[in-house]
Design a protein around this ligand. Structure first.
Ligand SMILES: NC(=O)c1ccc[n+]([C@@H]2O[C@H](COP(=O)([O-])OP(=O)(O)OC[C@H]3O[C@@H](n4cnc5c(N)ncnc54)[C@H](O)[C@@H]3O)[C@@H](O)[C@H]2O)c1
Length: 321
C-alpha cells in the first residue's frame, strides 16, 4: 500500500464516506473536524454509513450464485465479483468492523491530524472563501511529501492551487455520493499539477476501491455532471412544459435504454434541494414565465411540502410504502 496515512478535511456526507472507505481498505484514516459540535453531527453519519456498508455486504451474500449479482453487488466494497463466495464476504465484513474500529479516527487538532499525512482530501462545504481560508491554515502544517486533493463538485482546482502552497501536488479527486456502491473517482488536475502526482492520485483512488476516471484537462462538472445535469434538466423541462408526467418520462427512458432508473428516480436520489439550487443558479430562473423559472417553481412546491427525495421518504415517488 503506497498511502499509509489518509486525512479527510470535513465530516459531512462525502467526507465521512471517503474516510470510511479509506479505513475499509486498510488505511490509517483521520477525519479532521473543526469543533466539538461537528463531532456530534459527524458521529451519527459514521454510524449510519458504516452500518449501510455492512448491510450492503450482508445483502451481497444473497446475490452469490444469482446471475444478476454481477450487476448489483456493491462495487466499492467487493473488488471483484468473480469467484466471490459467502465465506469471502463474511471475511470482508469482519475486516470492515475491525478497520472501522481501529483505523478510523476523528480529530479536532489540525496540526495533529495532518502530521505525517501521505494524502489529504478536502471535503468541506462548497464555499470558495472557506476553502481558501482552510488551505491557508493547512499550508504550513502539511508535510512536504503530502498530496492534497479537493472533492469539490463545482469548483475547479485552478481556482485554489495558488492558496495551497503546493500547486504541483494539488488536484481534484471527485467522488460520487454512496461511494461504496457508486465507486467513481474522477481525477482532474489543473495546468500546474505534476503528472507524477496525478498518477499517484490515480493509484490512490484504486487503492481505496474507486475506479479512477482520468480527465485530461479541467472541466466544470467533470465527466459525470457534464452529462448528468443536462440530462436531468431536459427531463425537468419536459415535465414543466407539461409534455408528459415524471412517471411516463422515466418509463420511456428505462424501456428505451434498459437503464435501471429514469431521470426523476435519479433526481429523488440526488435530492430535490440540490436540483433546485442548480436550477436557481441560471439567470433565466429569475425571469418570471420562462421554462427555467417554472422548473424552479415546481421543485420549490415539492420542497416546501417536504418532498425532497429518497432520504425524506418522498420525492417524485413515495418510498414509505
Ligand atoms: N453531496 C454530494 O453528493 C457530493 C458529491 C461529490 C462531491 N461533493 C463535494 O464534497 C464537498 C462536501 O460536500 P458534502 O455533501 O459532504 O457537504 P456537507 O454539507 O455534508 O459537509 C460539509 C462539511 O464541511 C464542514 N465545513 C463547512 N465549513 C467549514 C469550515 N469553514 N471549516 C471546517 N469545516 C467546514 C461542515 O462542518 C461539514 O462537515 C463539497 O465540495 C461538494 O461539492 C459532494
Amino acid at each position: 500500500m503506497r498511502f499509509k496515512k489518509v486525512v479527510i478535511i470535513g465530516g459531512g456526507v462525502l467526507g465521512t464516506q471517503i474516510g470510511l472507505m479509506s479505513a475499509y481498505t486498510g488505511h490509517d484514516t483521520t477525519l479532521w473536524l473543526r469543533s466539538e459540535g461537528s463531532v456530534g453531527r459527524t458521529q451519527p453519519k459514521v454510524e449510519q454509513y458504516s452500518a449501510a456498508m455492512i448491510a450492503d455486504l450482508e445483502d451481497a451474500k444473497k446475490l452469490v450464485g444469482n446471475p444478476m449479482g454481477a450487476f448489483l453487488y456493491p462495487h466499492g466494497l467487493i473488488r471483484s465479483w468473480e469467484g466471490c463466495t459467502v465465506e469471502g464476504i463474511d471475511e470482508l465484513i469482519a475486516t470492515a468492523k475491525k478497520n472501522f474500529k481501529e483505523l478510523f479516527h476523528l480529530e479536532l487538532d489540525l496540526a495533529k491530524a495532518l502530521e505525517d499525512a501521505d494524502i489529504v482530501i478536502e471535503a468541506m462545504a462548497e464555499n470558495p472563501e472557506q476553502k481558501i481560508e482552510m488551505y491557508g491554515k493547512m499550508k504550513d502544517l502539511i508535510p512536504e511529501k503530502t498530496i492534497l486533493c479537493t472533492n469539490s463538485s463545482t469548483l475547479l482546482p485552478s481556482m485554489f492551487a495558488e492558496y495551497t502552497g503546493r500547486p504541483e501536488k494539488y488536484c481534484a479527486l471527485h467522488f460520487a455520493n454512496t461511494i461504496w456502491k457508486n465507486n467513481t473517482g474522477e481525477v482532474m488536475g489543473h495546468p500546474g499539477t505534476d503528472p507524477e502526482v496525478y498518477d499517484q492520485v490515480v493509484a490512490f483512488a484504486d487503492e481505496i476501491n474507486m475506479v479512477p476516471l482520468q480527465l485530461h484537462k479541467e472541466q466544470p462538472g467533470y465527466i459525470l455532471n457534464s452529462m448528468l445535469v443536462p440530462f436531468l434538466t431536459a427531463a425537468q423541462a419536459l415535465w414543466a412544459n407539461e409534455v408528459a408526467d415524471p412517471e411516463t418520462i422515466d418509463l420511456t427512458w428505462r424501456l428505451a435504454t434498459s437503464a435501471p432508473a429514469g431521470p426523476f428516480q435519479i433526481l429523488d436520489i440526488v435530492g430535490l434541494t440540490t436540483a433546485y439550487n442548480i436550477n436557481q443558479m441560471k439567470p433565466e430562473a429569475q425571469v418570471e414565465g420562462t421554462l427555467t423559472w417554472k422548473m424552479g417553481q415546481l421543485l420549490k412546491e415539492k420542497i416546501d411540502k417536504g418532498e425532497t427525495g429518497v432520504t425524506a421518504g418522498k420525492g417524485f415517488y413515495d418510498y414509505t410504502k
